[in-house]
Design a protein. Sequence first.
Length: 372
Amino acid sequence: MSSEPAPTSPGLDATFPPVVSPDREVRRRADARQLALTKPAGSLGRLEDLGCWIASCQGEVPPHPFRRPRVVVFAGDHGITRHGVSAYPAEVTAQMVANFVAGGAAVNILATVAGAGVRVVDIAVDSDTDPSVSEYKIRRSSGSIDREDALTEDETIRAIAAGRAIADREIDEGADLLIAGDMGIGNTTPATVLIATLTNTEPVAAVGRGTGIDDAGWMRKVTAIRDAMRRARPHTRNPVALLRTAGGADFAAMAGYLAQASVRRTPVLLDGVVVTAAAMVAEELAPGARDWWVAGHRSAEPSHAIALRHLNLEPIVDLGMRLGEGSGAVAALPVLQGAVAVLAQMATFDEAGISGRDTDSDEATVPDPRDE
């Protein structure tokens, strides 16, 4: 394939239509069904809330099982990697893209277990990749954000449009749950810049070890993030300019993908720090998009917890993962599938011929903590 950037397409912009919230009336009916199931109210904890959320996203009670959950891994390199912020060389990105295509990465294995399909797209890998994954390629690598912009304005707009097109394509082909994954050596550096800038967090409180850098690498990373944040701060109210200055083509594409999923009323299971950084920008591009997302997991990266608080999202699992690829979200997918199945398939008290809660009894209105 050619390594030349994709040509500019006329009429592209980063404007999204208003996001419609999940159906509140359906949510009310789902909550009522939970109360009728053969269990004490609230006894399945967060599974109950997750099942009702999916029902409101699908617009039906009971909800149906996911027919086509899909993972899209956005791959891109970052110029900042040249300055010692990662434990791995940049060429690993292209090597891992080939590994995804071959089905040998962690996300491939976890997705197979969960019944999800995986697709990888080269947005800004710093080498030629197979034509099957490079249809939406914007450029080779993004700029070194501590000293230059990640992208041009035109590249930023085209990357957002690429993410939108990828979401549309997946949904049009039947996807009813979307997951974004990431692959890019050094990408936790721009992720941390975006998160710390949007939350006004000091770099030292947000910087993690990424792929396992040593103390000297951590200090280089803090310095790079501090310098990039200095360049990014004037653009906190302009998401396109923020992506151009301090993100990258992969981040812009992920932001477009996540925002468009919400516009298309398709629920999203978020992954770790890189994807959640893009989600923060997506929420700025399409306010209300977050109502269509749930956090799959909490990464070991400190800035991920900061981003989740900012979006008011509570992760489904916390397994100490920090791989990326969409792996944490896919690890949480069976839990979400279980939540849907419980709401859809459990018998009600009436169906099972079981006496329900005595609402006329004072004793029945206060749970006994000894029963917990």
